[in-house]
Design a protein around this ligand. Sequence first.
Ligand code: ADP
Ligand code: MG
Length: 168
Amino acid sequence: MPALELVTESQEATAAVGAAVAEWLRDGDVLLLHGDLGAGKTTLAKGIAAALRIDAVVSSPTFSLVNEYDAGMFAPVTRLYHLDLFRLRGEDDLASIGFTELLAPVDGATLVEWPERAGGLLPGRYLLIELEAAGVDRRQLRFTPFPADGSWTERMEALRAVINQVVE
Ligand code: ADP
Ligand code: MG
């Protein structure tokens, strides 16, 4: 399964990729957003949330580690769980937010910024989205599904199709 890669040239373009991802998203999905500070993780999350008709101002959860939003009536997911583990202090924090349940969401989709802060505690199935600065306004995005097996073939094709609509 080849990873899906693209470059965006602006914050708006990254948000537009998020909107495309939102169209593809389903309850049960977990997206891990990996990248340095300023790479565009929250920008992508905001693009996803806006396309799910989430009216609230979506920003990285600072004190709570997780924010929860109800998606709009016709959105493809029920709710969105947005985690930012940058300020995680330890395993106790993970337990207090119900991290294990958030990694297997039955009634929504989960986005995790700074997933590496959770140590090895990752779900068995997720889409890794790596973001990397490639210039002042350029960002490289790479989508890699785990596990790397045929179970992702159809969904990765679908993801490629929605993303191709917003990126040339
Ligand atoms: P993170 O959550 O990864 O720390 P943010 O999304 O909060 O990153 O911030 C990304 C910053 O980079 C913003 O200030 C945004 O304006 C800027 N930026 C510049 N070019 C891009 C791009 N192509 N995609 C996303 N953000 C970009
Ligand atoms: Mg962020």
